[in-house]
Design a protein around this ligand. Structure first.
Ligand code: GN1
Ligand code: MG
Length: 527
């Protein structure tokens, strides 16, 4: 046996695969209880090396379980341009993960052969991790790692591949944008940030000096005492439709929450009646696409802008975007890689999941048109201002992946430039009341869906039941799908009132429980 093979075969014994454990490279890589992941981490290291040799580029490995509880962990691979690894390689990842100890080498050789990998190529892998389990030098948010991988592989065209380079690029763009917002008061610069007791809080602190008082960040859940994602963070706020613990919110004050690895963000505020208002990914997509569309008009640029959503997008947002804003809206399956892919089809693709994960993609041609116009000596002042704003906005956006810090700065800049408060933003359209529930079934794969997950094709009778339940309510919509990250079936419902949305979600949960093999207690009504 050659030395390398011997080494892999011996080292892999130090990271044995638990008997009978099968894991799948899901929506966001491997994710489960940390105690099941030792062999996965070892094997993903090997796969990342192969991917690097194959692409002759730097590959990223991010160790995180995002918004999951602290006991969980996960790992995902990042491809050369900062995007998620391809579906084919996700398949290899699953294959390697589930190989029995003695067939690991064979599986590796299989991949090397299939992909015709030249093993004498050097390999380069960037590894990043969030704050789970231990702290050590090299902590980064997921999007910071995506950014650095992309910078490295584009030889600096996207920016310099360091954390400092990231802060410099973003802050410079932010300061350029906010110069266009005159007479901003300290109150307007103030933003309450819930760091989910995670990496985003640390990185926000680090970035603050670069923003030169143009933002007054009040940080809570900064990790100094609370537990990661516990009663705080973007996922908690979105699903509970409530403020996180530990945040001291004044009436009307703009607040936002990051998730555990800072690739998601949601905004919110409470009104004078103490009512909580959520500004989620759909509201963010609307705010940003409206702003960009206006700038394109002012700049006289004819570029196609589209918003990419999933089935979880609030019906009101879709209606507003299509009917009022007249922008193309397209719907994909859940999971950022699907949205990212769809957004690449347009000159400008704004994509956001309702939970606040998203970004904006500008095609190479669109970026070139904008850059050329910046240099055009013949354009008038309005045009000049608009293209300059577009240029800085592009620089502020992390196009590799959704990024809570970058998205936050874009939102803050847009609100500042347009002189809008959180309430003004919220008033663009009114969300339909909605509810998300989970149902545990013995095997969630019995549910198969179609039409971007909006309809269930199996088990038999489920979709018909959902259709007839939906008919009982006004402005209602509901769908179910197996989660790609948790062992549950997710139920979504929206309707004209919160009571109706809750009741529809409950009735659909019961249908799932009965028709798709529910286990444990039957779902109880919410009221
Ligand atoms: C309803 C919902 O929020 N689903 C989330 C969740 O996926 P599920 O497949 O629903 O478990 O985690 C994904 C990864 O973070 C995220 O992309 C997605 O939006
Ligand atoms: Mg996340």
């Amino acid at each position: 046996m050659p030395f390398v093979e011997l080494d892999i075969s011996q080292k892999s014994k130090l990271h044995p695969k638990p008997e009978g454990l099968t894991l799948q490279y899901g929506t966001a890589g491997f994710r489960t209880h940390a105690k099941h992941l030792d062999h996965i981490m070892f094997r993903m290291g090997l796969l990342a090396t192969l991917r690097s040799k194959k692409t002759k580029s730097t590959i990223g490995v991010m160790v995180t379980a995002s918004h999951n509880p602290e006991e969980d962990n996960g790992v995902k691979l990042i491809d050369p341009m900062g995007e998620m690894v391809t579906a084919l390689w996700e398949g290899y990842a699953t294959q390697l993960a589930n190989a029995e100890q003695d067939s690991l080498l064979k599986e590796l050789k299989d991949i090397i052969e299939k992909e015709d990998i030249n093993m004498s190529e050097p390999a380069s892998v960037y590894v990043g991790k969030d704050t789970r389990l231990m702290n050590y030098y090299g902590l980064v948010t997921t999007p910071q790692l995506h950014y650095m991988v992309c910078c490295c592989n584009t030889h600096g065209c996207y920016g310099s591949p360091t954390i400092e380079g990231y802060y410099q690029k973003l802050s410079q763009a932010f300061l350029q944008l906010t110069q266009n917002a005159l007479n901003r008061t300290d109150d307007q610069k103030r933003l309450l940030v819930d760091g989910a007791n995670g990496i985003g809080a640390l990185k926000m602190r680090e970035m603050e000096p670069f923003l030169r008082s143009e933002m007054q960040v009040v940080l809570s859940n900064d990790g100094s005492s609370g537990k990661l994602n516990h009663m705080c963070g973007a996922d908690y706020v979105k699903v509970q439709q409530n403020a996180p613990q530990g945040m001291n919110m004044g009436v009307g004050e703009r607040c936002c929450s990051f998730d555990g690895d800072a690739d998601r963000i949601v905004y919110y505020y409470t009104d004078s009646k103490g009512c909580f208002h959520l500004l989620d990914g759909d509201k963010i997509a609307t705010l940003i696409s409206t702003y960009l569309k206006e700038l394109l008009t002012q700049a006289g640029l004819n570029l196609q802008i589209a918003v990419v959503q999933t089935a979880y997008a609030n019906g009101s947002s879709t209606r507003y975007l299509e009917d009022v804003m007249k922008v193309t809206v397209c719907c994909t399956k859940t999971g950022v890689k699907h949205l990212h892919h769809a957004a690449q089809e347009y000159d400008i693709g704004v994509y956001f999941e309702a939970n606040g994960h998203g970004t904006v993609l500008f095609s190479k041609a669109a970026q070139k048109q904008i850059q050329d116009l910046v240099k055009d000596p013949n354009s008038n002042d309005e045009r000049k201002r608009a293209v300059k704003l577009l240029e800085s906005t592009i620089n502020l956006i992390n196009q590799t992946v959704g990024d809570a810090i970058s998205d936050m700065l874009v939102i803050e800049a847009v609100l500042a430039i347009r002189g809008m408060s959180a309430q003004d933003w919220d008033a663009i359209y009114t969300d339909l009341p909605n509810r998300q529930l989970k149902v545990t079934v013995s095997d969630r794969r019995v549910i198969d869906t179609t039409d971007a997950e909006r309809r269930a094709v199996s088990p038999e009778g489920l979709q018909d039941t959902i259709d007839s339940l939906v008919k009982k309510y006004k402005s209602a919509r509901s769908f179910v799908r197996p989660s790609g990250t948790e062992d549950v079936v997710r139920v979504y419902a929206e309707a004209d009132t919160q009571e109706s949305a809750d009741s529809l979600a409950h009735e659909v949960s019961l249908a799932v429980y009965r028709l798709a093999g529910g286990i444990g207690d039957e779902p109880k009504p919410l009221h």
